[in-house]
Design a protein around this ligand. Structure first.
Ligand code: SF4
Ligand code: SF4
Length: 583
């Protein structure tokens, strides 16, 4: 028999807006006089799963897209580990921390990662889809596996968790004081000075939290997590806002935490970094806000390839219709594109920071990725192109109108998304539908998650009239699939409108997927920056990686780039041939 679940997203459901419980009126079982959908206690409908035939009428008719009826793969005939009430979100299985290893979790947003982490931390008692269950049931469920050992420790209260939350930009809203004061308060190890040094926080240790950049806040949050004495460290997206150098450094730092008494779990969407940082991964699949399934642990290499493939051999489960593909790049050709603007000999001093741009031009329909460390003048340079800032010397040929999506998005306003995106509604097929923001229109900005806010901000930026669209870290808080999706939306929009996009991001794979050219910013953060390019992808990536001292190979199966181990045979060979990326 097919196992079917019916989930109603309560925050979307609006019985008075649909003409008084439309779903109840259209359900063929209800129409025969039986009760399949009934009015629940909290003024929302309840669907009895055992009565539902899965005809698909109610999810199709609900004007708020609040109902999902899912036929689960036959492998999921076990009860869920946890269910949020009647017709609520279902979570199947759990990721398992392993002492001495860094275990990654890879999956879409909204499919139960936080629920799983809360259960692992002992903060949420799993209920196995019933009213109540206990640790003993969980221990019995995982009998004979690593998880049994782990939950025995949870039961005996021997697991102490330290958790780094996802949205670090919210930290200054709740914590006050300087970096040093903040870290001192949580320093159970007495290692504050070492951690400050390892995480490059010396220069900002006397600054207050509200004066920090996103990358600095991220490192403070990681520092605070590690200073607590724990035996399970959980990092929810530890590399957002960090530049690539910092990402690699933080990855090594996180790896070093795992030992015989300490387990580490990481949720990360930058695949190059996930690959670099973890020993094993669990894939999570399912439907956002409806159900989530955690796979068995897989080796990181296999797990990432399986994820891109969308197919789990073990269980014969296809969890995505299409594969996520990375192709070899063809040699770059400029073609006949019309020039948008050009610059030469730009020099600009911002306080103690000096910016230099020799010469370059951008064309209509270009999508240009920008690579470089944080604090090296990327945003300032675009402001010069828009003549919002005047260069001390040199010239910009044509002033361009710029639409800008900032790195940090203010999430405090109570404005309705629909009001903010009025202009974007003109581009329903180009912006609203592909960015999947239709379901967010009736929500307030301050009710959105990090990923939802990011998609709204991208939609808003695209909806403004401009020549040049600048996106600062559009990948932050988006999962892998959303990252690839917004790449396509940005590319298609520039092509359709004959406009140009400049995208600053530190996820190399995302930049590779999105851009036709790259600009490379070199220099020293907060001191000086030099703008090079735009170059063709191969030339630009080589230039960038040369400075970083890294090389990448292609995974033969998925064609995704993987970082070579420093000084490995392949690393040396590629460096000698000056082919640091596209081999
Ligand atoms: Fe109306 Fe949809 Fe809610 Fe049913 S689920 S009451 S159709 S809004
Ligand atoms: Fe009724 Fe189930 Fe059909 Fe919905 S899918 S209308 S609940 S039988």
């Amino acid at each position: 028999m097919v196992k079917r679940i019916a989930v109603i997203e309560k925050e979307k459901c609006n019985p008075s807006g649909c003409g008084d419980f439309l779903c109840m009126r259209v359900c063929p079982i209800n129409r025969t006089g039986e009760e399949c959908i009934v009015k629940g206690d909290v003024g929302k409908p309840v669907i009895y799963e055992n009565m539902c035939t899965g005809c698909g009428i109610c999810p199709n008719r609900c004007p708020y897209d609040a109902i999902s009826i899912i036929n689960l793969p036959s492998e999921l005939d076990n009860e869920p580990i946890h269910k949020y009430g009647e017709n609520g979100f279902h979570l199947f299985n759990l990721p398992i921390p392993i002492f001495g290893k860094v275990v990654g979790i890879l999956g879409k947003n909204g499919i139960g990662k936080s629920t799983a982490l809360k259960i692992l931390a002992g903060m949420l008692k799993p209920n196995f889809g019933k009213e109540e269950a206990g640790w003993d049931e969980l221990i019995a469920y995982f009998k004979g596996t690593e998880a049994q050992l782990y939950f025995e420790k949870v039961k005996k209260e021997e697991i102490v968790i330290s958790y780094k939350p996802q949205q670090v930009e919210l930290i200054p809203k709740t914590a006050k004081g300087t970096v040093y004061e903040t870290l001192s308060k949580v320093d159970e190890r007495g290692e504050i000075d070492r951690i400050i040094e390892e995480l490059d926080l010396i220069n900002v240790k006397d600054r207050t939290l509200d004066q920090l950049s996103g990358g600095e806040l991220q490192r403070v949050a990681i520092g605070a997590t590690v200073l607590k004495k724990a035996n399970l460290y959980v990092f929810d997206e530890p590399t957002s806002f960090l530049d690539i150098k910092q990402r690699i450094k933080v990855s090594k730092f996180i790896r070093s935490l795992a030992d015989a008494d300490t387990a580490v779990l990481v949720v990360e969407h930058d695949l190059i970094i996930l690959d670099f940082m973890t020993d094993l991964i669990h894939i999570m699949y399912g439907k956002e806000q409806v159900y989530g399934v955690v796979s068995h642990p897989l080796s990181t290499k296999t797990g990432i390839n399986v994820y891109l493939d969308g197919y789990l051999k073990d269980g014969n489960i296809r969890f995505r219709d299409s594969k996520l593909k990375f192709e070899k790049r063809l040699a770059f050709q400029e073609g006949e594109k019309e020039m948008l603007t050009s610059w030469s000999g730009i020099i600009k001093k911002f306080g103690t920071f000096n910016l230099k741009a020799t010469a370059g031009e951008v064309h209509r329909k270009d999508v240009i990725g920008v690579l470089g460390e944080n604090g090296i003048g990327k945003t300032s340079f675009v402001k010069i192109l828009a003549e919002e800032e005047k260069a001390d010397s040199g010239k910009v040929d044509i002033k361009v109108k710029v639409s800008y999506k900032p790195q940090y998005i203010d999430s405090s306003s109570n404005v309705l998304v629909a009001n903010l995106l009025k202009e974007a509604m003109k581009y329903k097929n180009q912006i609203i539908i592909p960015l999947n923001v239709s379901g967010l229109l009736m929500r307030q900005i301050n009710q959105l998650s990090g990923g939802e806010l990011q998609r709204v901000a991208i939609a808003l930026c695209l909806s403004r009239e401009a020549d040049l669209y600048l996106f600062d870290e559009p990948s932050a808080y988006l999962d892998v699939e959303q990252r690839l999706l917004i790449s396509k939306v940005i590319k298609d929009f520039m092509e359709m409108k004959g406009k140009t996009a400049i995208v600053v991001d530190h996820d190399l794979l995302f930049i590779d997927y999105l851009s036709d050219k790259v600009m490379v910013f070199e220099g020293e953060p907060a001191l000086h920056g030099e703008v090079h390019g735009p170059f063709g992808m191969q030339e630009g990536m080589n230039k960038f990686l040369e400075d970083l001292g890294m090389s990448f190979r292609r995974d033969p199966e998925s064609k995704r780039p993987r970082a070579n181990k420093l000084n490995s045979q392949l690393d040396q060979k590629q460096k000698k041939a000056d082919k640091l990326y596209y081999v």
